[in-house]
Design a protein around this ligand. Sequence first.
Ligand SMILES: [Zn+2]
Length: 279
Amino acid sequence: MAGLLFGTGGTPHSSKTNTTIDGIGRIAELGLGCMEVEFVQGVKMGEAGARLVAEVAARKGVKLSAHAPYFINLNAHEPEKIRASQDRIIQTARIALLCGAESIVFHTAFYLGDTPEEAYSNVRESLEEVIRQLKRENNRVWVRPEVMGKPSQFGTLEEVLDLCTELEGVAPCIDFTHRHARTGAFNSYPQFTSILQRVRERLGRAALDNMHIHVSGIAYGQKGEINHLNLQESDFQYAELLQALKNYDARGIVICESPNLEEDALLLQETYNTQARAG
Ligand SMILES: [Zn+2]
């Protein structure tokens, strides 16, 4: 079996409707392996709906993850905003569990003028409370802070890895495109392998067996990420990334967030499989 599964962030464009159920069906028809359910505008799926999603995903052999709402800032300066952010992560984790998803992904915070150290300690404290609550509920979904694409956003690779080493049940969502956009660098085989090496150093080999990756093309400038692009319209060296993932025997899920969604997910999957056949 291939080490990596490929799929889309949200329902593929070519699905009959944009429901999660039809999305899962379309992923299976296309021969892709996974889908990230997007709760980015809020968790609106109910419990019965989530159970049905789990059933269909299991039947079709499609692995699911979930993306939490965008309106999260664990470094907010108002306590009620922190609580609302924590609730959104917990809500996502509860519905994700019922969907049969193994991971949830979220955008952790903004610095809001704080030093990275101040932001880190606020984020760590707020996230620890979330983890404690999920543990009380016996919810073992992986909670994955995402590596972010703008300097104003909390979520450098090291910040994400620090949270993973300090909190149980927290694992990284490595967005290689964001890493590239934030710095303009990190777009070549040696730089991709340096990221994988760093993950292994900090979190051990087990982390490479349980990867959650986001990829797309991207436009970026002085302030980092501008918008997502299709891979072939961008400078992103996805073939080199896939070669690095293959050589490090990375396993897990690769979610494509290009505007064309499934077209680039299929491009990534085909490129990866061709490289694997070439040995
Ligand atoms: Zn995201």
